[in-house]
Design a protein around this ligand. Structure first.
Ligand code: ATP
Ligand code: MG
Length: 418
């Protein structure tokens, strides 16, 4: 044991000379000692209460006081330090009794050379008791903290899950709004042609009047023509709303309708940019029982959103490539595979838009990650698609570069009744 300070000793003895003898013996062995002496229970109590000590040496026989009484006062304080009895003579039974009652050792004054090793041993013991107690306390604290954590863990997990659910709900909504922005230009493309036709019809009325051709038949024909165009426009709006209207309940639906709906909506825009869409199935698509089979799903509009996100990304990539390389055509290929013995279908949507930019492939599913210029993308399309596919459809989504472009795959479990 390494001691680098003066030890504080409380000596219980009625003889100052005897006390000094003990101290001298310890100092002779190299210990620095500061000490005080008391000779009554009251003084001993005061000293223990008001000062801190490293050990106690106690004479066994003191007039009006005694070793055993001092020992019981010492025990009342519950202190962890050596208590060593020292005496000129001590009957064997009493010595045994004292040791049983908590004295560390007893030393005969005639044999003081035992004092130093006994004290060092007792100090060591006290130290290791202290370390053990501290370790035990720490263990207890950890145990309590763990119990506390255990009790609150379930609640905390629930709270976090709920928070995440709310965050995702907000993002699904946000993403729907973002796609809506794209949809406005989709509607504009759908309307361009009927609006042109309506303009021609209206201009023709003026000509017909000028040349006296305003017959009943002419007016009927004109009204029918104009109404036809107006119905076309209103159908676009209905299709558009139907595609996006969030349903209140989970439903089953045809996968083919879902994909076709997305492609139909984008058709005028894709046509304008010379982007062709090919859809193939590893069975005969026209009578593929699996594509015609119902899927378990969350909300159909959410899967529509996923398909649109991927189609829009493909269109954006192809447009970008057209602008930078001057290539005029683009292609999107959609294929369905139905792996044998699995209750799932894999939809693959690939494009030839040049692929994911270098170094960003591992970030594209992060929320708000985009490589598009400001105003063109907010970077939640793929994040939301992943949340929807994995959480709401219990499926998988993956995106990877292929020769000349990107392939997105979505694996969806089929409905149990499929
Ligand atoms: N088909 C693709 N070809 C090339 N890069 C792609 C393709 N699909 C996604 N990416 C890359 O992944 C990024 C993230 O796509 P994501 O759909 O999440 O966001 P965004 O399209 O940029 O914006 P938002 O969809 O919110 O309008 C894109 O910015 C793009 O860099
Ligand atoms: Mg996107």
């Amino acid at each position: 044991m390494h001691i680098n300070r003066a030890l504080r000793a409380l000596i219980i003895d009625d003889s100052e000379d005897d006390a000094l003898l003990l101290i001298r013996e310890l100092r002779r062995n190299g210990l620095a000692i500061e000490y005080e002496t008391v000779a009554s229970a009251k003084d001993m109590g005061e000293m223990l209460k008001n000062k801190s000590w490293d050990f106690i040496l106690c004479d066994f026989v003191i007039p009006g006081f005694g070793g055993m009484e001092a020992l019981s006062t010492f025990k009342e304080f519950g202190l962890n330090m050596p208590f060593i009895l020292v005496s000129g003579k001590i009957p064997e039974e009493e010595a045994i009794e004292a040791l049983k009652s908590g004295a560390g050792d007893f030393i005969l004054k005639q044999n003081l050379s035992r004092l130093y090793p006994a004290l060092i041993r007792e100090l060591d013991d006290a130290n290791s008791r202290k370390a053990k107690r501290r370790a035990l306390e720490e263990l207890l604290q950890t145990k309590n903290a763990l119990e506390e954590l255990n009790a609150t863990l379930a609640r905390k997990v629930e709270e976090e899950v709920e928070k995440n659910r709310q965050k995702d709900a907000v993002m699904i909504h946000q993403s729907r709004l973002a796609v809506m922005g794209d949809m406005l230009s989709v509607v504009a493309h759908h309307w361009r042609q009927p609006l042109n036709a309506l303009g021609l019809i209206i201009q023709d009325v003026k000509e017909a009047k000028k040349y006296g051709e305003m017959t009943d038949e002419y007016i009927d024909g004109m009204i029918a023509g104009a109404m036809g165009q107006i119905n076309l426009m209103s159908k676009t709006i209905d299709d558009f709303r139907g595609f996006f209207r969030p349903k209140e309940t989970i439903e089953t639906f045809l996968l083919k309708d879902n994909i076709n709906g997305g492609v139909e909506l984008l058709k005028p825009q894709l046509d304008e940019y010379n982007i062709t869409v090919n859809a193939v199935c590893d069975k005969d698509m026209s009578k593929c029982d699996t594509c015609d089979t119902r899927l378990i799903c969350g909300y159909q509009s959410e899967l529509n959103q996923v398909i649109l996100n991927i189609l829009l990304n493909a269109k954006d990539a192809i447009r970008e490539k057209q602008k930078t390389t001057g290539v005029k055509e683009g292609a999107i290929n959609i294929s369905f595979t139905h792996p044998k013995d699995t209750k799932s279908v894999i939809i693959s949507i690939s494009d030839n838009g040049g692929g994911i930019k270098t170094g960003v492939a591992d970030k594209i599913f992060e929320p708000y990650f985009t490589t598009k210029e400001q105003g063109k993308g907010i970077g939640i399309g793929l994040y939301m698609s992943k949340v929807i596919v994995e959480q709401n459809f219990k499926g998988k989504i993956g995106i990877k570069n292929i020769q000349g472009g990107v392939e997105a795959t979505i694996e969806l479990p089929l409905a149990i009744d499929a």
